[in-house]
Structures are given as C-alpha cells and as structure tokens.
Design a protein around this ligand. Structure first.
Ligand code: KE4
Length: 433
C-alpha cells in the first residue's frame, strides 16, 4: 500500500511560490535523494506525522536537537510557562544564567560563554574571537566538516594540501575564502605542513570532533590530541565545534568522551531543546575580549531568548537527571539499529560501511573504510537515494543525504529498532529487484 501525499503535495506547490526550492534550509528539499519531502504536521516521541497523517520513525530529529524525543512533556511545559511571561525582552534574565550554569556543569572549560541564536552565529563569532586573540587572519577547517554558512566557512580545498581555500558557494569572495585552509580530516601531517607553510599566520583550527556533516566520521586514534598539541605549540586556538555532538555523545559531548581541552567550544541544537539557540565559550581571557568588556563586537536581538533558555534548561535537566541510564540506552539502541541494518545490507549483498559514535551514525553505501571526506564522497549516492525513498515509503524517515548523520532519541526503543530493520530488509529486496 503506497502512502498518500496529497496534502504535502498541495503544501509543496504553495511553498515553492514562497521559498527558493520550497524550503527554508536546502537539505529539506530532498534534492540529494529524490522524491518529494512530506510536510510535517506534528511529532511525538520517536515519530513524525505528516500532513496526510502518515507516520514515520524519525532518524534526523531536527538534525540533532530532539534527543529526548519530540514534544517531551517537561520541555513543552517549560516553553509554555515561559511564553506566558512574553517571548522576548532584549534584557538580561535569570534564565540565561540558569542555562549557562547547566552548560558549565558539563563543559567546565567554558569559563565564560555567550548565547546566540544558531550554530552559524556561534562558529562565526568564535572565529572572530580567535583572530582578535592572536592578531592572525588564517583559519584551518577540514573538508567534510560544516560549521554553518558564514562566508569564511563556506570554503573548499584548493588544489593540493595546505593551499588557500576557494569559495564553496557563490557570493563568497575569494579574498575571504583565501584566508581559510581546508585540509583533509584525520590527517595530522597536513595540519603540521599548513602551520609550516604559514608560520605565525593561523589564528585557529576549527573542527567537528566527530564529523557529522560528511556522514559520521570518527576521529582517528590520537588525532584530536595531536590537534591540541600542534595548535598549542603554534599559538593557534583550537575551536571544537560541538553544535552536533554536544550533550549527545556524552553529557559533556566529545570533549568529555575524548578528554580534549579546547580553547573555544561552540554549541547549538540540543542546547536549545529544539528552539533557536547556540553558544560559544571557553577560556575567560579570550571571552573577555568581547564587547562590552573588550574590542571584539558580537551581538544578537534574540540571544538568550527566554523560551530557548527554558527549553534548554528542561532538556539539560532531563539529561543530567537520567545521565546514568540515558547514554547507555542511546548507545544500545543505536548499536542495535545501526548494526541490524548493516547486517541486512550485507545479507542482501549490498556493500555498506557503518561508522558510528554513540547515537550518531551513517551507513555509507561504499566498500572499505570511511575516514575522511574523500572516502565518504566515493559512496554510491544514487544507491543511498534509492534506500532513502524505499525506507520513507515504509515509514522510516532517514536524513535525506548520504552526507548527514543519523540520530535517534531516548524515545526510540526496541519496537522502532525492529520496525526499522524489517523495513530495511524489504527496502534492500526492492532495490535489488
Ligand atoms: P545552524 O546555523 O544550522 O544552527 O548550525 C550550523 C552548524 C554548525 N556546526 C555543526 C557541526 C553543524 O552540524 C551545524 C548545522 N548542521 C546542519 C545539519 N548537518 C543543519 C541542518 C540544515 O542545514 O538544515
């Protein structure tokens, strides 16, 4: 029985007259996987419900924030309660300190922080701070890592290693892209040669500690510690972008999981419990260069928004209260579904490489290891698109790109694992049929 999508289709036709591609963020348009995106009407726990009443197991969870599952009662109540006191003041509130104290409890290295309204603002501001703190202009990022859409971060590798970045998007001037070096991930010698080529010029190195934006790519043994050593030796700041991994891989994210000390950390997604919220923070000496104390300007109308603070506090409180059970549960459920589907692929004779860290993972439709973006990019994206469409029709909504990570929530359980593996077996059969 194929699903009905009449209402989503009607809504898509209208949306395409209002928004480029009918969407407010490109990946939602399903261009990487084909087919038309259902329009979501509501969500609860592990499930999305579309405008035609179809139900889907959700494996992208708003791209990470919904770790407790959708419409978690304590979060809903906290937001409703805050909203009754108005949605925004543009003035200081107790709620900002309440959330910051909860962040500091798991990110003790964030001696000072500042809330913003997105991950993009967090990374953009952290880079400005790194440049001010060092008096240097160049930034190192890694291919396959995404840190939001600030000009200097929409950069791809030039020809060869340690060459100047080139614009990764129209509208990014090469003068700006040229200040960013895009290096291969998991390649420490490439970083060392960049510092050798540009001595005293690199302000900071920014990375996803576990890549999610090329699909899931874990750091190799010693890689993060190596980056910490090289940046400290060379006087550059290590900026760890935990927008996706923060509060997910452990209460204190990848910094806790891998025992890494960052100069600056960026956060988002789970931090706001699904409301617009990001943060950047770190060593007091750097952060106090920010206005109004110091010369680095950074601001935001809705920074520290009371509703986002309320959702974030309710989310972090739940994660803290149940930390002894939630993280082992996420690990066990993710392992069961990720490995179950990979085994189904293998049984069907379809090559899949599974990369997973905790409750974020990717099935790469490729042979062999995926340790960097070049290897990820060799995946059979057409086959991933077939898989995505076949799973969607069976009520399983995967992130619509081979180069995104899957996420699950505390609300996903054995029923969802079983249904997902069954759907995958049928999908692989259809793909080979
Ligand atoms: P936002 O500006 O989208 O809140 O955050 C940017 C960002 C920064 N750092 C990391 C590690 C991120 O993953 C992101 C945003 N992630 C994407 C999903 N891969 C957001 C989804 C979208 O663009 O629609």
């Amino acid at each position: 029985m194929t699903m009905q999508h009449d209402n989503s289709e009607r809504l898509r036709v209208r949306a395409e007259k209002l928004f480029p591609g009918g969407v407010n963020s490109p990946v939602r348009a399903f261009r990487a996987v084909g087919g038309q995106p259902p329009f979501v009407a509501r969500a609860e726990g592990a499930y999305l419900f579309d405008a035609d009443g179809n139900r889907f197991i959700d494996y992208f969870g708003s791209w990470g924030p919904m770790i407790l599952g959708h419409a978690f009662p304590a979060v809903v109540e906290a937001v409703a309660r805050a909203a009754r006191n108005s949605a925004s003041y543009g003035a200081s509130t107790a709620a900002e300190g309440d959330l910051a104290e909860r962040v500091q409890a798991v990110y003790p290295g964030m001696e000072r922080m500042r809330f913003v309204s997105s991950g993009t603002e967090a990374t953009m501001s952290a880079i400005r701070l790194a440049r001010a703190a060092t008096g240097r202009k160049r930034i190192v990022k890694f291919e396959g890592c995404y840190h939001g859409h600030a000009d200097g971060l929409l950069v791809k590798a030039g020809s060869g290693v340690a060459t100047l970045g080139i614009p990764g998007s129209a509208g990014v001037p090469e003068e700006i892209a040229g200040l960013t070096l895009a290096l291969p991930y998991n390649d420490l010698p490439a970083v060392e040669s960049a510092f050798a080529r540009f001595p005293g010029e690199i302000a900071g190195v920014i990375l996803e500690p576990v890549v999610g934006n090329a699909g899931c790519i874990p750091p190799g043994e010693g890689y993060l510690a190596g980056l910490r050593r090289v940046t400290a030796e060379r006087g550059a700041l290590l900026i760890v972008d935990e927008v996706m991994t923060g509060f997910r891989l452990a209460p204190g994210g990848a910094l806790e999981l891998y025992g890494i000390d960052a100069d600056l950390v960026t956060l988002g997604k789970i931090l706001g419990g699904g409301l617009p919220c990001g943060a950047f923070g770190g060593k007091r000496g750097y952060m106090e260069m920010l206005a109004p104390l110091g010369p680095v300007y950074q601001a935001g109308t809705l920074s520290g928004n009371p509703l986002a603070m309320a959702a974030g506090c309710a989310t972090l409180d739940e994660l803290a209260a149940r930390r002894e059970t939630i993280y082992p549960q996420l690990e066990a459920t993710a392992r069961a579904v990720a490995e179950g589907v990979a085994e189904a692929a293998q049984a069907a004779g379809i090559s899949v490489t599974l990369n997973r860290v905790g409750s974020m993972w990717t099935w790469f439709f490729t042979n062999g290891p995926v340790t960097n973006y070049e290897q990820a990019a060799a995946s059979n994206t057409a086959r991933f698109g077939q898989f995505h469409r076949a799973m969607l029709e069976r009520g399983v909504w995967l992130p619509p790109s081979q180069f995104e990570a899957m996420f699950l929530s505390v609300a996903h359980g054995q029923a969802e694992v079983g249904a997902t593996i069954s759907a995958a077996r049928a999908a692989f059969g259809e793909m080979l049929g």
